[in-house]
Design a binder for this molecule. Structure first.
Ligand code: FE2
Length: 285
């Protein structure tokens, strides 16, 4: 069984989004336009209350899934499906925008901290105009595996004897939040067909001798096995995998479709109030 090595390190790009909020983007930048099936990865975080006070007021999405994982602080969410959520530290939100959702996301600090990740996951053509769906999970609903020097939170996919709370059927996504004690190791078998990336957000780690700078994205190459070792301090990272969709990607801002004509249709629908076709009720636990 071959072990995956680091194929590319993508440094985060600072981008101003929403109402003047700075996010640190890796997937979805000139260095890495997309990483099929993933379209965008933003890390947001601050210990300055003025940084995020403006948040992300009402904006549309069509053609993909947004997956938000809060590490610290919380995020108030309202959408065109009638959902009103409050994503708490350690909790997660899976929102299938599909045919169209308009929502607002307002990050808030707790104890002076706020940080998290938002990942955009593509949908196959057959699902892009399907009905939206929304799932929100409290921190206590996320299964954890605690082993020798390791704590693994299983948000999606499987680890040990635990199954994640979120199923993303189009991509068979695996989304793990891994905490390692200094010097501890983590290993995982994944299908060779899957795209895999790792993003360290606390401490330091290496893969096959390559150091992973904090908040940079490490894209892994071919293989079946992933092996990561923590450095001299306690370390936390996300390890995410998914099956590529292999279809054309045409993206314009918040709309991601397969053709230019479909993007133009999305803009027309938004301008004429036709973007939201169906409401969905919140599920989760
Ligand atoms: Fe959004």
């Amino acid at each position: 069984m071959s072990t995956r090595v680091v194929r590319q390190i993508v440094r985060a790009f600072e981008i101003t989004e929403g109402a003047g909020v700075t996010v640190h983007r890796t997937i979805g930048t000139p260095a890495l336009r997309n990483l099929d099936p993933f379209l965008m990865l933003d890390h947001f975080g601050s210990d300055d209350p003025d940084d995020y006070i403006a948040g992300f007021p009402s904006h549309p999405h069509r053609g993909f899934v947004t997956f938000t994982y809060m590490l610290d602080g919380h995020m108030e969410h309202r959408d065109s499906m009638g959902n009103c959520g409050d994503l708490r530290s350690g909790g997660a939100q899976w929102m299938k925008a599909a045919s169209g959702v308009i929502h607002s996301e307002m990050p808030k600090q707790m104890d002076g901290l706020m940080r998290g990740f938002q990942l955009w996951i593509n949908l196959p053509a057959a699902e892009k105009m399907s009905d939206p769906a929304y799932q929100e999970f409290t921190p206590h609903a996320i299964p954890e595996v605690v082993e020798d020097g390791r704590k693994v939170r299983v948000l999606a996919g499987e680890y040990g004897d635990q199954h994640g709370v979120i199923d993303d059927p189009g991509t068979d996504m695996q989304y793990l939040d891994v905490g390692l004690n200094a010097g501890a190791k983590f290993s995982l078998d994944l299908p060779a067909s899957h795209t895999v990336f790792v993003c360290v957000y606390d401490g330091e780690a290496e893969i096959g001798g390559t150091k992973l700078p904090r908040y940079s994205l490490a894209v892994l190459g071919e293989g079946e096995k992933v092996e990561i070792q923590a450095g001299s301090e306690d370390t936390r990272f996300i390890c995410v995998a998914g099956k590529p969709i292999g279809e054309p990607i045409v993206q314009h801002g918040p709309f991601v479709m397969n053709t230019r004509a479909e993007i133009e249709q999305a803009f027309r629908d938004y301008q004429t109030g036709q973007l939201v076709k169906k409401k969905a009720l919140m599920t989760g636990r």
